[in-house]
Design a protein around this ligand. Structure first.
Ligand code: GLC
Length: 649
């Protein structure tokens, strides 16, 4: 949209910064013209009444200009290469891994020497868990940041990070880092100044003189860590005030009703962009706007803020995609892709947290009904955006799908969740899983689940009992879970250690800075001796590594697996089997997964319902041809097995 006032403002800004709209900076100018009205409109929606609105808006524009002028030429080049690809992140050729630099490689300097291992596996996209300064012992795994621009000494320096980014770029690998937008550590400079009584910085946070407003807020705000950090406010003794702390008491929530906070954080977003970040993971975006009388999650203003960020990034550093880490209810997650006239114009990528949890549901029940009940919502993801698909990440598994989905499947929601929690925490008599409940809410009995992929799939128990048959089953489960998320559409994100079948690590219990948080049980310290076993045939490590590697290879070979909103769920002819069809004009692939402990019989009719019925299928996973039989005959899928069936005739 063109508006004359913004046009003039932009002209003046270009002049002041000695930029040339007609010639060398023409691309920036074009992008700015396309975005400035959007930024302004949204900025006014949030800050119209704020006394510093005009000055802050001018500052915001300057921040965008600075980001562009400081952007290294190599990254500008990369931006235009990505633009030509039209949705580069939708590709079936990207596979990610999320890892803690220290626990994986020691530090940033040793990371480049591990890239070959990752490339051998097929990983070409790395999410480095937070590496910026964060007080030891009060760090929340790095998500309590005390300096957004200084790499914590134990990881190395910003230069080490830049070197790693360059080595990755040479190898055509992509980089993802976090921006922790919602809060800072209580040791951050802004928090320290606020603590010293500086009013300007007190306005960066939510401070209250007494418990009146905090009490009112807490009536509606769900607790994130009810066990380790109950409540959402913390008393600051020096000031005799209460500060908002939605997560831990050492994580102070930033106050985005103050536009200066947005400007400062936008500058930080660009700092990461200019380090060469390809995807910026926006941590906890659901929480960034608070309003009394609401749950303070998923508010419309949080979306407005994200849209401003998107417009700014599109203007100055367009090659950087945005991932919204919104682990919320299914319908709420979808909105982070943008809705209404902002559809597909907010976050480019979002965690498919719903489907991740549904996979665990299907694995525990052997039934796919709940998974299917959730699909109408998940399929609303707009064209041009994508999921991050995964089975495990550094966080807990939240069973955050809706009760009605469970009810539609014919279960009682409370009992069903109870069963899942008991199953994965290992208290259920028939469960092979070894996990633990995380953040049990004593008031509601809500809980999430911790545990590594392998342990939740039964490997830890099977190894302990030296039970060869159960080891076999757990390996099949691990591979089934990975495969299901690899072909679903989106960027698969492995969690480090899972490729080598790491079971839970209980050493966190001996560390006071971690023992209160059982998510550490599934954040292993890599033992490279163990990982060497990934190269030794018939070891468990090799079997899991090799299968993961083959799955990644296969994904890369199949164009229909790229995410072009080309996913269709098959009619559930067998409730134990999840089957979806991925297709392009020239390729059709049925992906069928048996979540049951028994062989599943799937009528061949399942392959004839499509407009062009299939008569011959090729299983790309086992390299086997199948002739599609009569309707009363079956494709038989062994327990916890799957087929990736390309239609050949
Ligand atoms: C995100 C992170 C999680 C962290 C929280 C608070 O959800 O993934 O690990 O505890 O944000 O920053």
């Amino acid at each position: 949209m063109f508006t004359y006032d913004r046009h003039i403002q932009l002209k003046n800004l270009f002049e002041k910064n000695k930029l040339c709209a007609e010639n060398k900076d023409a691309l920036l100018y074009a992008r700015f013209e396309a975005n400035i009205a959007g930024i302004y409109e949204r900025f006014l929606q949030l800050y119209d009444q704020h006394p510093n609105a005009t000055a802050c808006f001018e500052k915001l524009l300057q921040v965008i200009i600075n980001a562009y002028t400081q952007r290294p030429a190599a990254l500008k080049q990369r931006d235009s290469e990505k633009e030509k690809k039209d949705g580069w992140f939708l590709s079936n050729e990207i596979t990610g891994m999320s890892l803690y630099v220290d626990r994986f490689a020691g530090n940033l300097k040793s990371m480049p020497s591990k890239l070959s291992y990752l490339q051998d596996l097929g990983v070409n996209f790395l999410h480095l868990m937070p590496i910026f300064e964060s007080p030891e012992g009060e760090s929340d795994g790095g998500y309590a940041v005390s300096d957004f621009r200084k790499v914590a000494t134990r990881f190395g320096t910003v230069q080490d990070l830049q070197q790693l980014q360059q080595s990755m770029q040479q190898r055509n690998m992509y980089l993802m880092l976090d921006i922790v937008l919602n809060h800072t550590s209580h040791q951050h400079e802004w928090a320290l100044k606020a603590r010293q009584g500086n009013k300007e910085y007190q306005d960066y946070f939510y401070f209250y003189d007494n418990r009146d407003l905090p009490n009112q807020f807490e009536q509606r705000m769900p607790e994130v860590f009810p066990e380790s950090a109950p409540g959402s406010f913390t008393y600051v003794e020096e000031l005799n005030k209460w500060v908002m702390t939605v997560f831990h008491n050492y994580q102070w929530d930033l106050n985005y009703t103050n536009p200066a906070v947005l400007v400062a954080m936008m500058d930080t977003v660009f700092f990461y962009a200019n380090l060469g970040v390809d995807v910026l993971r926006i941590d906890a975006p659901a929480f960034i706007w608070k309003q009394l009388g609401t749950s303070c999650q998923n508010l419309p203003q949080a979306h407005t803020l994200l849209q401003i960020i998107k417009h700014c990034v599109q203007t100055a550093t367009p090659g950087m995609a945005l991932l919204g880490e919104a682990i919320v209810a299914p319908a709420a997650i979808i909105k982070y892709f943008g809705s209404g006239n902002r559809i597909a114009n907010e976050c480019d990528v979002a965690y498919n947290a719903t489907h991740m949890a549904l996979q665990w549901d299907a694995l525990a029940t052997g039934d796919t009904k709940v998974m299917l009940a959730a699909q109408p919502i998940l399929l609303q993801k707009p064209y041009g955006t994508t999921w991050l698909t995964y089975t495990r990440c550094h966080d807990d598994i939240g069973l955050a799908y809706d009760d009605y989905m469970i009810q539609q499947a014919g279960y009682n929601a409370y009992e069903h969740r109870k069963y899942l929690k008991e199953f994965y925490s290992g208290t259920h008599a028939l469960s092979p899983a070894r996990g633990a409940l995380f953040s049990v809410n004593p008031k509601t009995q809500d809980a999430r689940i911790s545990g590594s992929l392998a342990s939740l799939c039964g490997l830890e128990k099977a190894l302990e009992e030296n039970n060869a048959a159960d080891i076999e089953v757990s390996i099949n489960k691990i591979i089934l879970m990975q495969a299901h998320s690899f072909f679903l559409g989106g960027i698969p994100m492995l969690f480090y250690g899972d490729e080598a079948a790491y079971t839970n690590d209980y050493s966190y219990l001996n560390d006071n800075g971690k023992s209160y948080d059982n998510r550490w049980m599934h954040r292993p310290v890599i033992d490279w001796k163990k990982n060497e076993r990934t190269q030794i045939k018939n070891t468990i490590e090799h079997r899991v590594f090799n299968a993961t590697q083959q799955l990644i290879k296969l994904r890369k070979k199949l164009p229909a697996i790229a995410d072009h909103k080309n996913l269709q769920w098959a009619t559930p002819h067998n409730t134990h089997v999840a089957m979806y069809l991925r297709s392009t004009a020239t390729q059709k692939i049925y992906c069928a997964f048996n979540f049951s402990h028994e062989p599943a019989y799937l009528t061949w009719y399942a392959f004839k319902e499509n407009t062009t019925p299939a008569s011959k299928l090729y299983d790309c996973w086992t390299n086997t041809f199948f002739n599609v039989g009569a309707d009363h005959e079956y494709l038989i899928i062994p327990p916890y097995h799957f087929y990736i069936l390309e239609v050949v005739e």
